[in-house]
Design a protein around this ligand. Structure first.
Ligand SMILES: [Zn+2]
Length: 904
C-alpha cells in the first residue's frame, strides 16, 4: 500500500489546504476496484478528487471542471504525477474548451497544446479535458491510458443525469466512459466544495461507506418478468459475498444470503451464480436471458462458454464453446477455471461481460481448507474479489425465494449496515429494529470480507481505514466494560465485535490497541523460554500448558520442531473458550481465545485480549519435543512433581494461574492462589477425586486426557458447564483451591460437570437422564472420596412423592426425579453394582439408538449384574419395559421390597 501512499503524497505535494469554495456544485465521485483512491474528501465523506491506475497509465478526476482552474498548484501536481513524475518537457494536450487551464499550465515547464479532441496521434504524455468531451474518443483514451498515458478529467454528472433520466450513468456518461475503466465514477449526487485541510494520509471517513452508484435500473432489467427464484433441487449453492461499491445481490434467501449477484467492474459487468447447475436450470431460463442482454450491453456479440460451462439452449445470442477470447461479448466460466485473472479483469474493465458459476465448498473441502474465502482452492475468487464479489465455502438454504425489490436490494450490503451503525453510534441517528437484527450478519460478512486480505487493493485498505475510523471515534464505549458495567446495547456489541475482527487484520495493531483498551500494564517479560511439550493423545485434541502468558496485544514468535508442523498442531492464546455472541450483556468480549494452526516452524502469535499460551496437540499423536517462546510473561504454574519453589511460582506476574495435577488442570485468575500455601495436600485431594471418577467409570486411574476446569467472568450457559474445559464462574473459583472448603462442604457442581464428561450416550436416555446420571459421579466422589454428604432424605422424599402424585409420567422423569431411581438402585445394590454395569457395557457393541430400546437393555444388564429381576421396580418408575425383557429376566428372583412398592 506504500505505492498508493507515495502517489497521494506527490498529488498533494506542497499543499496544506485546498479551498474549493465556489458557486460551482461538484458531484460525488464513487470509487471501486483495487487502484482508485480518494485525494480530496469533504466533510460529508464525498470524494471531490480521485486518482487511479489502469494498465501502465494513470487517471486523475476532479469532480467539477471549475476545479481545474481553481487550484493551479493541485492541477500541476496532478499533471506531473500523470506524466510519471517528471515535469521537464512534459507534453500536454489540453482540450480547447479549457483555455484558462492551458494558460496556467503554460506558465510552468510544460509543452502545452490546445487541441480539438483526443486522438492517438497527438503524441502527448498527458491529456486534460472536461468530462463532457471525452466520450467520443473513449476507446482511444482507454488504449492511451493502458499504454502508459495520463488523463486528467474535470466535471460533474448530476446535470447530465437530470437531463437523461433514462440513460445509464455508469456506462453512458461521457466522463465515466474513460475514468470508469480505472474504477472512478462520476455520480449524480451533489457534493459541496469546502475549504479543506490536506490530510497527511490518504483521506478516509466512515461517511464514505455508502458512496455508491444507483443500481436500481440494473436490477429492474435483470428481474424483468421474474417474481421468484426456485433453487430447490439437489445442488447445494455457496453463499456469494457482496463487498464492492458497485456490487449487488440479485437472488437471496429470505434472510439475505445471496446466491445470485452482479457487479460493475470498470466499464463492464459481471454475474456470479453460486452453483454450476444454475446455468442450465430450466426455471432460471428467463433470468439468464435478461442477464446475457445486460452483460452484452446491446452489442449483440458472441457468448463464449468456457471449459465445464455448457452452452445454454434457446439463448437469443450466437454462442460457442471456446477458451477465453478478447473478441467475445460475454465470457462464461466456472469458479474452478484456470483462467488468467488479469486478462479477464481487463476484458471486463474495458466493457466485456462475464458470468462466473460454481460453488466453492467441494474443492475447499477436498483440499481440507479452513478458509471460507480461499483463493488457492477457488481460483474464480482471484478474478471476482477485485470485482467486489466472492464465492464462499459456506452454503445457503434452498427454497423458492422472492426476487428483491430493486430499490431496496442492497439494504443488507455490509457497507450500508456499517454506515447505519456508524451514523447511529457517532451522529445519533435512530436505528430500526431491522438494523439491529442484521448486526450479526454485519459481523459475519465483515469478517469474511477481512479474510480476503487484499492489502494490495485500495478498496480493501480503504474499508479497513473506514472501519478503523469508526472504532477510533467510538472507543469510549468499546474499551470500557466489566461485570459491574456490562456492555448492553446491540450497537456496542457490534462495534466491539467489528473491532475484535479488525484488530487481527490491522496493519498497525499497536495503534489500534489503544482504541480497544486503556492502561495496559506492562508486566516483566522473560525471553527465549524453552518448553518441553509431552503429549500422547487418542481421539481428542489436548491443550498442553506452557506456563507462559501474553499480555493484551503482545506478540511473540514461537519456534516449533518440524513434527508439529507436519502433524498440524495449533498454538492457542487464552483458555476461556466460551463464545458469548448471543448474550444480551457482555462482561467480557465475546471471544477471548485465539488459535493459530501451526503452518511453519516459526510462528508469530498474539491475542488482543492476552492469555496463557498453549500448544494444542491433534488427536492420535505422541510427542516429546521442545518449543521456544521468544518473549512472554511467566505465569503461576504449578505442575505435579515439577514445581518445588512454590513461594516464587505463586509470585509469577501473569494474571492467570494454573495447577496441573495428575488428571486435572485448574485455571483461575492469579489472585486466587497468591496466598496459597504449598499445595501438596490440595494436589492429593484432586488426585483422589479424579481417581474416584475413574473408579466409578471403571477406567484406568491415569486419564487419557487430563480434564480442565477454567474460571471466567462470564460463560456461555448456566452456573457451570461440562466440556473441555469445564467452565465455571469466578464466584466459585476459590473453592477449587480450598482444601478446607472441599472437606467440609464437598464439591457438587464441579463433579456434576466432570460427571457429564463421563456419560456415555449408549447408557443415556435422551432428555431424561442428561442432568441425572452425571450426579452419580458427584455422589460417589462426595460420599466415598471426600467424605461429604450427598442429598438429604427430606429432599429425596419430596421428589418421589411429587412424581407419584403427578401420575408417574416419564415426561416428568428427569433431573432429580430420574436421579432418585439410580440412588435407590445404589442403596440396595451398592456402588459395585454400578461399576459392574459400566464394565458390562464396555464389553458390548451395537447399542439400540432409541430410548425404549436403551432402557430395556439397561434393565436387562442391571438385573443380570445383580442377579435380580428389576423390571417390577423400573415399571413402578414408569419405564417402558417390554414383555420380551420381562420374559428374558423371568428366571431371576424379582426385587419386590423396593421403596416404590408402597405406591403401587
Ligand atoms: Zn448438568
Amino acid at each position: 500500500m506504500l505505492r498508493l501512499y507515495y502517489a497521494y503524497k506527490s498529488l498533494v505535494k506542497g499543499l496544506k489546504e485546498l479551498d474549493l469554495r465556489s458557486s460551482s456544485v461538484p458531484c460525488n465521485l464513487v470509487l471501486s476496484g483495487e487502484n482508485a483512491f480518494p485525494v480530496v474528501m469533504n466533510s460529508d465523506g464525498h470524494v471531490l478528487m480521485a486518482a487511479s491506475r489502469y494498465g501502465r497509465g494513470r487517471v486523475v478526476v476532479l469532480s467539477h471542471e471549475r476545479y481545474l482552474t481553481l487550484s493551479p498548484a493541485l492541477v500541476e501536481n496532478a499533471v506531473i504525477w500523470l506524466g510519471g513524475g517528471e515535469s521537464e518537457n512534459l507534453s500536454l494536450g489540453v482540450h480547447q474548451n479549457l483555455k484558462a487551464v492551458a494558460d496556467n499550465l503554460s506558465k510552468s515547464n510544460f509543452q502545452v497544446s490546445l487541441v480539438e479532441g483526443f486522438s492517438g496521434s497527438l503524441g502527448v504524455s498527458v491529456y486534460v479535458s472536461d468530462a463532457y468531451q471525452v466520450g467520443a474518443s473513449a476507446g482511444d483514451l482507454v488504449a492511451f491510458i493502458k499504454a502508459g498515458g495520463g488523463v486528467l478529467i474535470g466535471g460533474q454528472a448530476w446535470n447530465w443525469a437530470a437531463q437523461n433520466p433514462n440513460e445509464n450513468l455508469i456506462l453512458q456518461f461521457s466522463g465515466n466512459k474513460v475514468s470508469g475503466v480505472a474504477g472512478i465514477y462520476f455520480s449524480d449526487q451533489y457534493a459541496k466544495g469546502e475549504n479543506l485541510p490536506i490530510s497527511p494520509e490518504i483521506p478516509t471517513s466512515w461517511k464514505s461507506l455508502n458512496n455508491e452508484m444507483n443500481i436500481t435500473k440494473d436490477l429492474e432489467f435483470l428481474l424483468k418478468g421474474i417474481s421468484e427464484f426456485d433453487i430447490r433441487g439437489s445442488a447445494a449453492p455457496s453463499e456469494a459475498l457482496i463487498h464492492g461499491a458497485l456490487a449487488f445481490p440479485i437472488g437471496t434467501t429470505n434472510d439475505g444470503h445471496a446466491f445470485l449477484a452482479g457487479s460493475y467492474y470498470g466499464r463492464g459487468r459481471v454475474i456470479l451464480a453460486t452453483h454450476e447447475t444454475f446455468l442450465g436450470e430450466e426455471k432460471l431460463a428467463s433470468f439468464w436471458n435478461n442477464a446475457f442482454h445486460w452483460l452484452d450491453q446491446g452489442r449483440n456479440g458472441v457468448i463464449g462458454f468456457g471449459q465445464w460451462a455448457n452452452i445454454l439452449p434457446n439463448l437469443e445470442f450466437t454462442s460457442e464453446k471456446t477458451t477465453f477470447r478478447q473478441d467475445l461479448s460475454v465470457y462464461v466460466c466456472t469458479v474452478w477455471s484456470e483462467e488468467d485473472p488479469e486478462k479477464i479483469q481487463n476484458f471486463v474493465a474495458e466493457g466485456g461481460g462475464l458470468v462466473v458459476v460454481g460453488q466453492a465448498w467441494s474443492w475447499a473441502t477436498e483440499n481440507g481448507c479452513f478458509s471460507n474465502l480461499c483463493i488457492s482452492c477457488v481460483l474464480g475468487n482471484k478474478i471476482l474479489n477485485k470485482m467486489g464479489l466472492s464465492v464462499m465455502k459456506k452454503t445457503v438454504s434452498k427454497d423458492i425465494f422472492k426476487t428483491p425489490e430493486p430499490s431496496k436490494a442492497n439494504y443488507l450490503h455490509f457497507r450500508h449496515l456499517l454506515h447505519r451503525l456508524a451514523s447511529h453510534a457517532i451522529d445519533g441517528t435512530e436505528l430500526t429494529k431491522q438494523d439491529e437484527e442484521h448486526f450479526e450478519q454485519l459481523r459475519l460478512k465483515f469478517s469474511y470480507f477481512l479474510s480476503i486480505k487484499a492489502y494490495d487493493s485500495s478498496v480493501y485498505t480503504q474499508t479497513l481505514s473506514k472501519v478503523t475510523d469508526i472504532v477510533r471515534i467510538c472507543k469510549p464505549t468499546v474499551g470500557n466494560f466489566s461485570k459491574e458495567n456490562p456492555l448492553k446495547s446491540p450497537k456496542d456489541h457490534t462495534l466491539l465485535n467489528l473491532a475484535i475482527d479488525l484488530y487481527d487484520y490491522s496493519l498497525n495493531k499497536d495503534a489500534f490497541l489503544t482504541y480497544l483498551m486503556k492502561n495496559i500494564s506492562k508486566l516483566p517479560e522473560v525471553n527465549n523460554q524453552t518448553v518441553q511439550i509431552i503429549a500422547q493423545t487418542e481421539a481428542d485434541e489436548e491443550w498442553i500448558s506452557t506456563g507462559l502468558y501474553l499480555s493484551p496485544g503482545m506478540k511473540t514468535w514461537i519456534t516449533v520442531p518440524p513434527n508439529l508442523v507436519k502433524d498440524q498442531w495449533k498454538i492457542q492464546i487464552g483458555c476461556q473458550s466460551d463464545r458469548l455472541y448471543d448474550r444480551e450483556e457482555y462482561y467480557r468480549p465475546p471471544v477471548v481465545i485465539k488459535t493459530f494452526p501451526v503452518t511453519s516452524e516459526r510462528m508469530q502469535v498474539w491475542n488482543v485480549w492476552g492469555g496463557l499460551i498453549y500448544l494444542v496437540a491433534p488427536p492420535n499423536v505422541t510427542a516429546n519435543e521442545e518449543v521456544v517462546v521468544e518473549v512472554a510473561v511467566s505465569a503461576p504454574y504449578y505442575k505435579s512433581g515439577e514445581s518445588e519453589d512454590w513461594s516464587s511460582i505463586r509470585e509469577a506476574p501473569a494474571p492467570w494461574a494454573e495447577f496441573e495435577f495428575e488428571n486435572i488442570i485448574l485455571t483461575a485468575p492469579s489472585h486466587f492462589i497468591r496466598n496459597l500455601e504449598f499445595p501438596l495436600e490440595l494436589e492429593k485431594m484432586w488426585n483422589d477425586i479424579m481417581r474416584g471418577i475413574a473408579d466409578l467409570s471403571v477406567i484406568p486411574h491415569k486419564f487419557i486426557r487430563k480434564e480442565r476446569i477454567v474460571a471466567d467472568v462470564q460463560i456461555a450457559a448456566g452456573w457451570m458447564h461440562a466440556g473441555y474445559p469445564v467452565m465455571i464462574h469466578f464466584s466459585t473459583a476459590s473453592r477449587l483451591f480450598s482444601l478446607e472448603y472441599i472437606k467440609t462442604t464437598g464439591l457438587w457442581g464441579e463433579l456434576h460437570e466432570l460427571g457429564h464428561n463421563q456419560q456415555k450416550s449408549y447408557m443415556e436416555f435422551r432428555l431424561y437422564t442428561k442432568e441425572a446420571t452425571c450426579n452419580l459421579w458427584a455422589l460417589y466422589v462426595n460420599e466415598e472420596v471426600i467424605g461429604a454428604n450427598g442429598v438429604t432424605p427430606e429432599f429425596r422424599k419430596g421428589v418421589v412423592e411429587k412424581y407419584i402424585n403427578g401420575g408417574r409420567n416419564l415426561s416428568d422423569w428427569y433431573t432429580w426425579t430420574a436421579f432418585e431411581t439410580y440412588m435407590q438402585l445404589q442403596e440396595r445394590f451398592g456402588w459395585d453394582a454400578f461399576k459392574k454395569v459400566f464394565a458390562a457395557y464396555q464389553k458390548m457393541s451395537n447399542f439400540p439408538s432409541d430410548n425404549e430400546g436403551k432402557m430395556n437393555l439397561y434393565a436387562e444388564t442391571f438385573s443380570q449384574t445383580v442377579n435380580m429381576n428389576l423390571t417390577g421396580f423400573l415399571k413402578a418408575w414408569g419405564w417402558p419395559i417390554e414383555t420380551a425383557t420381562e420374559e428374558k429376566l423371568s428366571s431371576l428372583p424379582p426385587w419386590s421390597d423396593h421403596l416404590m412398592a408402597q405406591y403401587s
